[in-house]
Design a protein around this ligand. Structure first.
Ligand code: ADP
Length: 448
């Protein structure tokens, strides 16, 4: 089928990102926005726009009826959910399709399966993908948690089946901490997701977070675009991502890629997705799969020379991939800094008016942002204001390029994490690629 018009059910930089891919493909775009975003860049750039509600996301960007109505009245053919908001809501994907629109993403059944991390691990176990050791399913009781913890050995992690954004996750260093971790994880999970199902995993003490980008068409072809190393995290949230990982070689990448693409082919997966792994002592262990475009997808685009959103649109329209794994090449190194409107030491949000905005430029520099001078960052949404992504022939060149780009970038009027990113890029351990998922928390603590 032909997609002539896409409704972008999102805001901020990712709404612009999707708009840009559509424009280059000759596809018209419809922006949706809350009243707080009436002057936002994604609304200005889109061919058409529809106001879908007041500032709280629940009443606008999560308002399924308003979004479907906007698609109907503007005559859109397809809906791209971006990331966050409704992007991993299987009911939404189902409703989009039931109303005759193309959902630019995976099948609802796979969104549902991967949204339940216990079901996701179960599926991956059956498909032969290695997992982090832990409970075989949801924990029925604290007693069961005690038994499994004794088997896999402390420290352990209690995780919410419905988890996301690092919520509903609690570490127990030894048995004395288990009851508290169990109780708090369940309470948090219930409050955040309305579901208190939890499971247990061995808590790896010095892993890296390495994830694999995949893409599948509707004709049974699956490819991967290599890995991203997203180990630089604060409170389980990513701050800096790179492609490829400083610790993997081509043979390890290919081995993991072959295993994962085979598994997804058996599953009948479609569109883009990311499998997240922890990597320690040369071993990969699956933790979860994200059934959407990810924030950090540009680093993959930079090293592969592809446009993942265009690929999503093509396979959603039923086109064949048209290339095989051997045609995907990796060139150079890319790093992304997530710049947020937050105090760089306390991480307190800093919404408000941007008096001056100046984006860095030059060879190998890409800025994905919805900022402009005079824009007021609203307090209602995620604090991400810009993704600064660079590409270099080598990792060292990418770091040098980031240092000068971070120094060039000006965002006046609000506090941002630009100084923190600059400090990371200047750190010898980061420069050596010598870090785990715990490195950034320690780095931040040392700075304060
Ligand atoms: P969420 O969906 O909430 O982001 P994830 O399962 O993706 O949760 O985990 C987020 C982060 O938490 C991981 O990137 C990693 O840093 C950490 N983490 C998750 N599971 C483990 C584990 N078993 N051991 C150590 N760290 C973990």
């Amino acid at each position: 089928m032909k997609i002539g018009k896409v409704l972008i059910a999102n805001r901020g930089e990712i709404a612009l990102r999707i708009h840009r891919a559509c424009q280059e493909m000759g596809i018209r775009t419809v922006a949706v926005h809350s009243t707080a975003d009436a002057a936002a860049m994604h609304v200005r750039l889109a061919d058409e726009s529809v106001c879908i509600g007041p500032p709280p996301a629940r009443e606008s960007y999560l308002n399924v009826a308003a979004i479907l109505s906007a698609a109907a009245i503007t005559g859109a053919d397809a809906i791209h959910p971006g990331y966050g908001f409704l992007s991993e809501n299987a009911n939404f994907a189902e409703m989009v399709e039931a109303h005759g629109f193309v959902f630019i993403g995976p099948r609802p059944e796979h969104i549902r399966m991967m949204g339940d991390k216990i079901a996701a691990k179960d599926a991956m176990r059956r498909l032969g993908v290695p997992l982090v050791p832990g409970s075989p399913g949801a924990l029925a009781s604290l007693e069961e948690a005690r038994q499994v913890a004794a088997e896999v050995k402390y420290p352990v992690l209690i995780k919410a089946a419905a988890g996301g954004g690092g919520r509903g996750m609690k570490v127990a260093r030894d048995e004395s901490e288990l009851e508290e971790a169990w109780r708090v994880a369940r309470t948090e999970a219930k409050a955040a997701f309305g579901d208190d199902a939890v499971y247990l995993e061995k808590y790896l003490d010095r892993p890296r977070h390495i994830e694999l980008q995949v893409l599948a068409d509707t004709h049974g072809h699956v490819v991967h675009f290599g890995e991203r190393d997203c180990s630089l995290q604060r409170r389980h949230q990513k701050l800096v991502e790179e492609a490829g990982s400083p610790v993997l070689d081509a043979a390890q990448r290919n081995a993991l890629g072959a295993q994962v693409t085979r598994a997804l082919q058996q599953l009948g997966y479609r569109n883009a997705g990311t499998l997240e792994f922890l990597w320690q002592d040369g071993q990969f262990a699956f933790i979860e799969m994200n059934t959407r475009l990810q924030v950090e997808h540009p680093v993959t685009e930079m090293v592969c020379g592809i446009d993942l959103v265009k690929e999503q649109l093509r396979v959603a329209a039923g086109e064949r991939l048209g290339y095989g794994q051997s045609e995907i090449r990796f060139q150079g190194h890319a790093i992304e800094c997530r710049i947020t409107a937050e105090n760089p030491d306390t991480f307190l949000p800093s919404p408000g008016r941007v008096t001056t905005y100046h984006a860095p430029g030059g060879l190998g520099v890409r800025v994905d942002s919805a900022l402009y001078s005079g824009y007021a960052v609203p307090p209602h949404y995620d604090s991400l204001i810009a993704k600064l992504v660079v590409h270099g022939a080598t990792r060292a060149e990418a770091i040098a390029r980031l240092r000068r780009s971070l120094a060039e970038m000006v965002v006046d009027g609000i506090e941002t994490t630009l100084p923190l990113h600059l400090a990371i890029m200047e750190d010898p351990e980061f420069q050596a690629g010598d870090y785990t998922i715990h490195w950034l928390e320690q780095f931040v603590a040392r700075r304060n």
